[in-house]
Write a protein that binds this ligand. Structure first.
Ligand code: DCP
Ligand code: CA
Ligand code: CA
Length: 365
């Protein structure tokens, strides 16, 4: 199946949160500053909204310089903890859209406002479905957090990451294998994710300006300049090739399975046996790694390809198949009592994972 990766990056994140919290900022240039505390405006710009960017204000520049560029701009101090709590909620929303993680990690948060989602299983390799999913993510974040984001969808992390910055703010860009070269090749090499200023400068000296130039350049020459690993990587990246896996943050891993029902249905007696089988697989994986779980999540995709998730946090950490089935059955019946559209795919996953404790000895009782 064609791999499908989604990358999401929030738009002018810190400044957008400030705008949301203070409606009186709407329509004004907003600059969020990391103040050093030495004197007023002695720090550097964390970020600013798009109005401020029209004045040439950028992340990293001294706040005093920003003030000169636009004296009317509103300057606010960074509230990192607050932004982190917003970020945590967004990441929870996003995780629900990633694959259940059958073939390894499927969710990777890479910064406070960015994440990769593996959605190969969810979309069955279909880029049109991936687009729908991307739109649904935008909708949910806008509804729940009143914030916009930009999304890129591609056959790997490299392309997804580059696609998400192609249209900003509030954009969505799909790059499949078919239109990969059309997207990638006209770009300047400095735009290739992973190429910094130093490499870009060296490449330019070699007469390599666009990604296409790089893709067509002799790999042996690249290796002699940049070394084997880096040279080979450059050549592959220019061709849009990237096999790197997603990496879950430590402690937030989840394990799950999703599968397609034999027919679209709302009948619990048809749906539950499939979930039972999937739960069995999940338990097997947990046993193998001696893990127990605390959170159970049921996911469903209906015949209109809309996705739903319902989670339940248990009172204790458990590891038995019975406990998983009981929770799954409860969530399923609750979900079916309020949902009217037939289901096409269902899945179950567990989180809150912990190493199983050793068997208690008789003396502990
Ligand atoms: N940030 C920072 N200092 C920097 C760059 C960024 O403190 N030099 C913080 C503030 C940003 C957040 O990280 O809001 C995310 O960084 P991004 O590079 O994604 O920039 P924005 O989200 O602000 O804007 P964009 O809409 O371009 O993504
Ligand atoms: Ca951003
Ligand atoms: Ca970012």
């Amino acid at each position: 199946m064609q791999r499908v990766i989604l990358h999401i990056d929030m738009d002018y994140f810190y400044a957008a949160i400030e705008e949301r919290e203070k409606p009186e900022l709407r329509g004004k240039a907003v600059v969020v500053c990391m103040l050093s505390g030495r004197s007023e405006l002695s720090g550097s710009v964390s970020t600013c909204n798009y109005i401020a960017r029209e004045f040439g204000i950028r992340s990293g520049m001294p706040c005093s310089r920003a003030k000169k560029l636009n004296p009317e701009a509103i300057f606010l101090p960074v509230r990192k903890e607050f932004y982190t709590s917003v970020s945590d909620r967004i990441m929870e929303i996003l995780r629900n859209y990633a694959d259940p993680g059958e073939n390894g990690d499927s969710f990777e948060q890479t910064s406070i406002d960015e994440a990769f989602l593996e959605i190969t299983d969810r979309t069955e390799g279909d880029f049109n479905l991936a687009f729908e999913l991307g739109m649904q993510i935008k909708e949910e974040i806008k509804e729940k957090e009143k914030l916009t984001c930009s999304i890129g969808i591609g056959p790997n992390k490299l392309i997804a990451k580059m696609a998400s910055s192609a249209k900003k703010p509030d954009g969505i860009t799909i790059v499949s294998s078919q239109n990969l070269e059309g997207f990638l090749w006209p770009l300047k090499v400095s735009k290739l994710w992973g190429i910094g200023d130093v490499t870009a400068k060296k490449l330019q000296e070699m007469g390599i300006v666009t990604v296409k130039d790089l893709a067509e350049y002799d790999v042996i020459k690249l290796i002699s300049t940049f070394g084997k690993a880096r040279g080979t990587w450059l050549k592959q990246a220019a061709a849009g090739i990237d096999d790197s896996p997603l990496k879950e943050r430590e402690g937030s891993e989840q394990i799950g399975r999703i599968a397609t029902l034999p027919e679209d249905t709302l009948d619990q007696e048809l749906i539950f046996p499939l979930l039972e089988m999937l739960a069995g697989d999940v338990i097997e994986k947990l046993n193998l790694r001696e893990l127990s779980f605390r959170v159970v999540t049921f996911t469903a995709i209906n015949s209109n390809f809309r996705m739903y998730t319902r989670s339940r946090t248990l009172n204790h950490t458990v590891s038995s198949k019975e406990a998983l089935l009981e929770a799954t059955r409860e969530i399923l019946s609750e979900f079916l009592s309020e949902n009217r559209t037939e289901l096409r795919r269902v899945g179950v996953r567990v989180g809150g994972l912990q190493k199983k404790k050793g068997q208690k000895s008789l003396f502990d009782y």
